[in-house]
Design a protein around this ligand. Sequence first.
Ligand code: SF4
Length: 355
Amino acid sequence: MLANTADVVATRINGLGQDVRHDWTRSEAQALYDAPFNDLLFRAHVVHRQNFDPNKVQKSRLLSIKTGGCAEDCGYCSQSAHHDVKLKASKLMEVERVLDEARKAKESGATRYCMGAAWRSPKARDMDTVVAMVEGVKALGMETCMTLGMLSDDDVVKLRDAGLDYYNHNIDTSERYYSQVIKTRTFQDRLDTLARVREAGMKVCCGGIVGMGEEDGDRVDMMVTLANLEEHPESVPINMLIPIGGTPLQNVEKLDPIDFVRTIALARIMMPKSFVRLSAGRTDMTDEMQALCFFAGANSIFVGETLLTADNPGEDADTSLFNRLGIEPLELAPAPDVGAAHEDEHPCRTATSTR
Ligand code: SF4
């Protein structure tokens, strides 16, 4: 008798991944997460192939435009003023410096430029500078993403009018586990900012961090929240915690890499048309683990030596890995019309300081 789980999965391939659903139940998602690893990966990879070229991975570059001294208390973050981390805080960068860095990123092949500021929310006096950064990076022909914390209605209008493509604001974890990690703003605060960004017509980059001591069910619940948003985030960054000395999560137990890959696969299946970004924590991943993540549906990475304040593999290591895997960087498709929305994703924010 040949009927086994793989046969059952195979008979259901037709149509898999074509549906973008927003009605996932927790038990369905948990069953996927708990499936035999090969079945889960097989299904995720089928969904991936039906929606993307499996041998193309998008590259983004992330710049910290204002570092440290943040009023929030995110338990994983080196930039929080609440934690005893030796980090040199800096003021908001000048526009020209940001544009110089963006030019360099473009020359090295990045198509998206993400700018992150360690703020609870932007101050009115900073908005003109931030808007000039967006306009300047757009003029270079790159896609733009920002992560600035919580946004007001005025902020979203200014950013949209400047041409911002994506806004990153992560939910970080499940609603249940959230208050174990962050106390200075709520899970609902995050959802409210995401709703404002959507309402204004910008694309959303939203994911979370795993390996913060949460349970399997929290990773599943985070995916259910993201997949049941009215529209799926166009970009879903999945960060693996980099424990940082001086933060409350410095001694948290390391996540089993297999569970990380399961989380990537779950994101791919539940949000079939979203870019799933392998974000912070890649320096702690073997090449083989990253290869499994790409197979499971990850199709975006951050490039460069650093991610805000955290280490990143660097261009040479990524180029070598891409070559060994036969993966090519995804080029940015030309925008059909001036001012028209791009059809693909964006970049965003990472583990030591997601927003
Ligand atoms: S993650 Fe962002 S909001 Fe939280 S402390 Fe770090 S910089 Fe501030």
